[in-house]
Design a protein around this ligand. Structure first.
Ligand SMILES: [Zn+2]
Length: 227
């Protein structure tokens, strides 16, 4: 169908890092008042996507956790034009008004970027103009991503996103923040020394996933500096 091609991007994320990078890439198109409707089963990478999105908007991504027991979180961006990212878990919500006691209001929505997990559960309450992102399990670490622009403003932004995603599919991305990294970079495979240190810190805390080894004294000194 022609309409699908215009309003939809199908993309494959090859890793958690690419899902993070996808979030950061979409963040480049986000304006105050935008709503991103996120869908996907447990473990599909929704939290990783939100981390990338939030980091792309200036939030310290380490603040972003799965909202499983928190219906709504608000993260400051330090940017006056878009001061907050609001992260909502709609799994147990009947509607957005359920969040009013937690400080949610239409005004908050207007001044923030809002990302709603399990958004299909409150589909009737989503604004006409929103971006729908669906993450689906695929073999291994791959995820099938379907991005759908609902409404005119997102449809207009889709071609830029499509071009950036094509580049991302080919690029190496920083395992910490999802930024694109050239293989010639001194900090490769990380985008910066800072991201390499954040990664080492994870290794020490035991939630390390990627196969880097601590192999020299300089790394240990750097780590002590970070803590
Ligand atoms: Zn990085």
């Amino acid at each position: 169908m022609m309409g699908d091609a215009v309003n939809t991007i199908e993309w494959t994320s090859k890793s958690l890092e690419q899902t993070l990078a996808l979030g950061a890439l979409i963040a480049q198109q986000v304006r105050a008042g935008d709503v991103i409707a996120l869908n996907g089963h447990l473990g599909a990478g929704k939290t990783q996507f939100v981390r990338g999105l939030a980091a792309g908007l200036g939030v310290d991504q380490r603040l972003v956790s799965s909202p499983t027991f928190v219906l709504m979180s608000e993260y400051g961006t330090g940017n006056v034009d878009l001061p907050a990212v609001v992260h909502i878990d709609a799994y147990r919500l009947k509607g957005l008004s359920d969040l009013e006691s937690m400080g949610w209001s239409p005004e908050l929505l207007a001044g923030s970027a809002t990302v709603i997990e399990w958004a299909d559960r409150i589909a009737e309450e989503l604004p006409d103009d929103h971006l729908r992102v669906e993450l689906q399990h695929a073999p291994g670490d791959e995820r099938q991503v379907t991005i759908t622009a609902a409404g005119e403003s997102w449809t207009e932004r889709l071609p830029l996103m499509r071009a950036a995603l094509e580049r991302l599919g080919k690029a190496h991305v920083c395992p910490t923040c999802g930024a694109e990294v050239l293989e010639t970079a001194e900090s490769f495979p990380f985008c910066s020394k800072r991201c390499r240190l954040v990664d080492l810190n994870k290794w020490f805390r035991g939630d390390y996933r990627i196969g880097t080894e601590l192999n020299n004294v300089e790394d240990v000194n750097d780590l002590e500096e970070l803590q």
